[in-house]
Design a protein around this ligand. Structure first.
Ligand code: NDP
Ligand code: GDR
Length: 377
């Protein structure tokens, strides 16, 4: 890179923010991130990137701010004068958006507007490029399969409705003011850094804990939901690439392959040598241990054949569900050279390895007589 570029990431403490910050630092960017004030440290995912503020020449700098607070956004953007802004911050949990719809609209919808307005007010329309973290949840109730850039939207949650506002305001500011602003319509992407209450991470954590005797059962909602799951590490590279084109455009990023939540459970259990048999329907469905095999010569699972380790808890059903998502990433393939690097099987293996290691640590702590605590959301 001839001249050092400056990037600003909102949501830098989240899954994608952490991967993107690391990626941009490796590319030689000066990276600024916005974090929220919290009563506890909330920077676990980026602590390995921390640079001492007392040392000159820092390349990774954090600022306090919030997407619901225009003044903080204007102050930070004015100070940083970024070449690129990645708007990744959001109340990103679909189920939670039914509990906090107004806050979700404020942060996820109006939050994008606040940044775009800051770019405009500060006279940065020609300098600053803007990436909006849009989502396959926009497609909601199925209109077409697979879903592509031209598929009509039908949002099914306060989260998706808020993101739909952010999507269109991004398009509008591109057309109205000539800002290089684009939407990445990303399908679900996961990793060992995924928040613990999203279904994939909930499954990999719970099965690891069940295998080590720290938990009895995994409670899930709709196990028949179908998702197109990729790896966050692959997807953030596309976020960057979307800002490096001649012209701003919107892109779908997906793998083009779909599995059910039930299948995800099955793949994750296999990593521990467990085969699960599913029986019953809807709310009475259960997953029972059918067999346990050694993995690399070692029996990893302490549970027994016949144990019921998966049950349905309707508490996790959503008032309106998105039953099926499958992306068609043909445009990204042609224009961005996108090919997903990680299969679902390797993604599951990577997540299971990380969560099994953490569960082992917890079981050793317990063995030594100390208490461990867990959340079951
Ligand atoms: P995470 O939930 O892991 O991270 C969200 C980030 O936003 C966190 O850093 C969080 O801070 C921050 N945040 C939340 N509310 C505010 C606020 N009011 N002001 C400032 N920061 C805030 O999400 P992901 O990394 O998984 O996703 C990144 C973005 O991409 C999100 O916008 C999400 O909606 C979108 N998306 C995600 C997909 C996925 O499959 N992961 C797919 C498609 C879109 P804190 O750490 O303090 O909570
Ligand atoms: P999603 O992800 O809603 O697609 O949004 P999540 O992992 O929460 O749900 C995926 C599917 O699994 C079903 N499900 C459960 N989900 C959770 N969280 N917990 C459960 O116990 C459970 N049981 C079944 C859900 O009903 C759903 O059908 C994610 C987020 O990252 C969004 O921010 C992003 O925009 C979209 O992906 C693309």
């Amino acid at each position: 890179m001839s001249q050092k570029k400056v990037a600003l990431i909102t949501g830098v403490t989240g899954q994608d923010g952490a991967y993107l910050a690391e990626f941009l630092l490796k590319k030689g960017y000066e990276v600024h991130g916005i974090k929220r004030r919290s009563s506890l440290f909330n920077t676990d995912r980026i602590d390995h990137l921390y640079q001492d503020p007392h040392v000159d020449g820092r390349k990774f700098i954090l600022h306090y701010g919030d997407l619901t607070d225009s003044t903080s956004l204007v102050r930070i953007i004015q100070k940083v004068q970024p070449d690129e802004i990645y708007n990744l911050a959001a109340q990103s949990h679909v189920a939670v958006s039914f509990e906090e719809p107004e806050y979700t609209a404020n942060a996820d919808g109006i939050g994008a507007l606040r940044i775009l307005e800051a770019i405009r007010i500060l006279g940065l329309t020609r300098k600053t490029r803007f990436y909006q973290a849009s989502t396959s949840e926009l497609y909601g109730l199925v209109q077409e399969i697979p879903q592509k850039e031209t598929t009509p939207f039908y949002p099914r949650s306060p989260y998706a409705v808020a993101k739909m506002y952010a999507y269109w305001i991004t398009v509008n500011y591109r057309e109205a003011y000539g800002i290089y602003a684009c939407n990445g319509i990303l399908f679900n992407h996961e990793s060992p850094l995924r928040g613990e209450t999203f279904v994939t991470r909930k499954i990999t954590r719970a099965l690891s804990r069940i295998a080590l005797g720290l938990q009895d059962c995994l409670y899930l909602g709709n196990m028949s939901a179908l998702r197109d799951w990729g790896h966050a590490r692959d997807y953030i590279e596309m976020q960057w690439l979307m800002l490096q084109q001649q012209q701003a455009e919107d892109f779908v990023i997906a793998t083009g392959v779909q599995y059910s939540v039930r299948q995800f459970v099955d793949f994750a259990a296999k990593e521990l040598g467990i085969t699960i048999e599913f029986s019953g329907e809807a709310e009475t469905e259960v997953g029972t241990v059918k067999s346990i095999e050694p993995v690399d010569g070692e029996i990893k699972a302490k549970c027994k054949v016949g144990d019921v380790i998966v049950r349905v808890d309707p508490r996790y059903y959503r008032p309106t569900e998105v039953e099926t998502l499958l992306g068609d990433p043909a445009k990204a393939k042609t224009k961005l050279g996108w090919t997903p690097k990680t299969s679902l099987q390797s993604l599951v293996a990577e997540m299971m390895e990380a969560d099994y290691a953490t569960a082992r640590k917890d079981s050793l702590v317990k063995l030594a007589g100390f208490q461990t605590f867990d959340h079951h959301e």
